[in-house]
Design a protein around this ligand. Structure first.
Ligand code: F6R
Length: 612
């Protein structure tokens, strides 16, 4: 969603800001804008569409080289996609400029009052109100920019990642955060502020994660952090362990393909140092503070969105079968609206790649408010969810740039397998079973490497099937959630209507859809429900339907039943979803590419969904 970049220092700000905006493009946006100062001179441009359109406008300013500026990519919430609505926003006198992520809930009330005092508004956004309010407070009593920002924030209700500059003092920048990510990169005599660590990495790996309600005032060689009540806050920078190379596309045509190819490595990184094969135990240091309580839980609630939710469903099957703990999985967006029953000894696990998904965060707050144990599986270090959960497990897979979750999904599945062993061994899982699961998990990356060799075959298959407008994805038990994942991926990447179903449900409705124009993809490895899935395949074939199957290597029977088959290596039943992911992801990718879509940035989608 919306992205923020700000720079203050000794270097030329504009190339750094434009570079930052390009890095943030993957998050999804519809317009972009930038303001930079050099003394009294100002470059202020906005453009609808791609950052490249803004680049063209900025280019016209030729040699401009100021040392301070702010920039933004907008994903429309209040008001349409227009230049006027794009950020930065400014007040009546065009001195104060700001970029903002989040939502100002009481903006209309403040706007009405400001209009009464003579302010004139040009946009439909909630953000513009902030610019006028800060202008009003600063100019009326001639107070410092940081004081005006603090006083303005005391008056608003809502969420913000905010960066403010004033043309009259081009040596100062004020930033603030409340429930919307903002990271401060601390360089030598310079600061880079961004809503996403990837936009900072090129300049520095030394970062400060602002907490909610905190404000920082930045001058090229110093910074000061305080809270909304103007109390000083001490914070030292931390090292960000993400590698800049991971955020580059290299020789791959798309990030999505690169990240599918990184799936084996992602699993290695997520399980590294966490397998105690000798004792059949999972070593999850991030859970040590809650280890005793976790071993006593009565029930685990899993809350997440999209693909992370699907990972949670697979986790439900794993944990219930092998750790014997009842699990309930919810779309995070539903948790606060239904009335979930949390027992005293229940725990909530939130799963989120970005660690910033607003709905997942809201579910987490709901659980915290009810006083139950909370834990998380998160990729983005220092993200809000990672800091708000009581304990957790980091994915350690580096940035994921493609909008679709791919390497992140398999990493989450492998951590859920670890968590199953972690909880299971405290709940009576045998040493032998613990060893078996971990031993097989350690072999998964090598099996995934083998699966990557299928890329050309899956591409050819995808090209043949790219003309179909509908798909039915089906699977049972562990692979029912994988049917949902396959359908979700082809929907978002290739804009193909697809239904994900538990195979057993086929006869209760979806079978009516089957004809020669509605292919089914059935996930049918040789597991405990193999024969049941075979029956479903036969039923579809009897009705003239087309079937692609994902089966186990060496299964010749299935080859004779279906139209096309993709083979995966044999593994434990509970780990098959990890292997199944890769061909599902490749298939969706190749159908999307064949249809000519921008698979890294599917329409209307955002990488990090920071609004409800
Ligand atoms: C689908 C996809 C989304 C995300 C969802 C949650 O491919 O990427 O469904 O899984 O938006 O995002 P995180 O994991 O960042 O909370």
């Amino acid at each position: 969603m919306c992205g923020i970049v700000g720079y203050i220092g000794k270097r030329d700000a504009i190339p750094i800001l434009m570079d930052g905006l390009k890095t943030l493009e993957y998050r999804g946006y519809d317009s972009a804008g930038l303001v930079g100062f050099k003394g009294e001179e100002v470059v202020f441009e906005k453009a609808v569409g791609r950052v490249a359109n803004l680049d063209e406008k900025i280019d016209k300013h030729g040699g401009f080289s100021g040392n301070i500026g702010i920039a933004h990519t907008r994903w429309a919430t209040h008001g349409g996609v227009t230049e006027l609505n794009a950020h930065p926003h400014t007040g009546c006198n065009q001195n104060i400029f700001l970029v903002h992520n989040g939502i100002i809930e009481n903006y209309q009330k403040i706007k009405d009052k400001l209009i009464e005092t003579g302010h004139r508004f040009y946009s439909e956004t909630d953000t513009e109100v902030l610019a006028h309010l800060i202008e009003e407070l600063r100019d009326k009593d001639n107070i410092l920019l940081e004081d005006a920002v603090r006083l303005a924030l005391q008056k608003i209700k809502g969420t913000y990642g905010l960066v403010v500059v004033d043309k009259r003092n081009p040596y100062k920048m004020v930033i603030a955060r409340n429930f919307s990510p903002l990271i401060l990169g601390v360089g030598k005599d310079e600061f880079i502020v961004a809503s996403d660590a990837t936009a900072i990495l090129r300049s520095t790996s030394s970062v400060i994660y602002l907490n909610d309600g905190e404000i920082a005032v930045l001058e090229p060689d110093k910074y000061r952090i305080f809270n909304i009540d103007n109390e000083q806050v001490d914070r030292t920078p931390e090292e960000l362990d993400w590698d800049i190379e991971t955020a580059k596309k290299g020789d791959f045509p798309h990030y999505m393909l690169k990240e599918i190819y990184e799936e084996p490595e992602a699993i290695k990184n997520s399980i590294r140092g966490r397998l105690d094969l000798e004792n059949g135990k999972a070593v999850l240091g991030g859970l040590s503070s809650i280890k005793e309580d976790l071993s006593k839980i009565d029930r685990l609630h899993i809350s997440a969105c999209g693909t992370a939710y699907i990972a949670g469903l697979v986790g439900e099957y794993m944990i219930e079968e092998y750790a014997g703990v009842p699990v309930e999985v919810d779309y995070a967006s539903e948790v606060r609206y239904r009335k979930p029953i949390f027992g005293k000894r229940d725990a909530m696990l939130t799963i989120s790649q970005s660690g910033e998904t607003a709905d997942t965060l809201a579910a987490l707050y709901e659980a915290k408010e009810k006083g139950i144990l909370t834990l998380g599986i998160v990729n983005a270090v220092g993200s809000t969810i990672s800091r708000e959960t009581g304990a957790g497990v980091y994915q350690h897979i580096g940035p994921e740039i493609g909008v679709a979750s791919t390497k992140s999904f398999v990493s989450q599945l492998s951590i859920l397998a670890l968590l199953t062993v972690y909880i299971g061994r405290k709940k009576g899982m045998s040493l032998v079973m613990g060893k078996r699961i971990l031993d097989e998990l350690s072999r998964i990356p090598e099996k995934m490497e083998r699966l990557l060799k299928l890329n050309d075959g899956i591409k050819e298959l995808a090209n043949r099937y790219a003309g179909y407008n509908n798909f039915l994805y089906m699977g049972r038990k562990y692979n029912f959630p994988m049917a949902l994942e396959g359908a979700l991926k082809i929907k978002e990447i290739a804009y193909v209507h697809a239904e994900g179903y538990a195979s057993g449900e086929m006869k209760h409705g979806p079978i009516a859809l089957i004809d020669k124009n509605f292919p089914s993809l059935i996930i049918c490895p040789q597991d405990s429900v193999y024969e049941k899935n075979i029956s479903n395949i036969e039923e579809i074939k009897a009705r003239g339907g087309i079937v692609i199957a994902i089966g186990t290597e060496g299964d010749d029977r299935i080859r004779n039943l279906v139209d096309d088959v993709i083979y995966i290596p044999k593994t434990l039943e509970m780990l098959t979803p990890i292997l199944v992911s890769l061909p599902l992801h490749l298939f969706a990718y190749h159908v999307g590419v064949k249809k000519g879509y921008d698979v890294d940035k599917p329409r209307n989608l955002a990488k990090s969904v920071t609004v409800e």
